[in-house]
Design a protein around this ligand. Sequence first.
Ligand code: FAD
Length: 299
Amino acid sequence: MTAHSDPRMSRQITPGAAPFQVSFEFFPPKTDVMEERFWDSIGKLAPLHPRFVSVTYGAGGTTRERTLRMVSRIKSDTGVDAAAHLTCVGASRDEVDAVVRGYQAVGVNRIVALRGDPPEGTGQPFVAHPEGYQNAAELVAGIRRIGDFDISVSAYPEKHPQSPNWDAEIDNLKRKLGAGASRAITQMFFDNDDYFRLLDRAEKAGITAPIVPGIQPIHSFKQISSFAARCGATIPNWVAQRFEGLDEDPETHALVASAVAAEQVLELVDQGITEFHFYTLNRANLVLALARLLGVRPS
Ligand code: FAD
């Protein structure tokens, strides 16, 4: 294999010998049809040897059984490492600990540990269960007490909507990592400068753990802009303009989505980023294309 180097950029990508690590996030399917698409996408992405495939945890633990079933089957059927998300919304410590032990029992030793949001929605104030973990940092410490898990936590390039300021935001990230997490994965973002500013702030605060960019390909502009609004992520005007008028033109929409995500990922590569977490929404194609750009291919 020869390295492909782009004369206009510092990028050097060698197919098949990628120095890049990827992970893929899925959500637990609700119906048989969705489950079919889930496994089809897993089947396409597992051969890329991701660091792990993660499965989210529905608001308030509503997907507890399905998350467990999916992660355990991903591990047994594909051999790929699976990470289970876990939140502490609406559950006592004992209940959350029981879920952690359930993951442990099926051999899942990676957890993405989150506080979660109230069932009423992301804009509502979070009220912890009276006997529950108060936040993600406490949850990480609780998981650590149970076993030797590889724990990831969240990070926010645009600050968590409930953080009063950046000092509080970075202190919280530091607490979560200090409690025993080994990496942070970011919320979706579309302006790479926000991510680089987060890295600068973290570095200044003495954080050395990796902060992996969470990349959300825009499969559907309508859907992603609604997700983004709910979690406090901004879609810049220049991104919105690219999708303008494409609601009824899925083919052009898909091409633009691919170009926008490719531009974002390759700009991160140019700045030395080597690890990526892709929000798949249980669809493989766009993510497969992006992985290919990174030289990450099935073997
Ligand atoms: P935390 O890190 O605990 O912080 C939340 C807020 O509380 C911050 O503003 C923080 O500053 C503040 N805070 C924390 N501790 C303190 C303290 N001691 N004193 C004062 N303020 C404090 N949600 C799901 O329901 N299921 C999922 O599977 C899921 N997966 C996700 C994966 C990733 C990669 C990301 C980025 C988010 C995910 N979420 C998921 C969303 C997440 O649950 C929400 O963003 C939630 O609002 C915050 O969770 P957190 O773990 O970031 O909270």
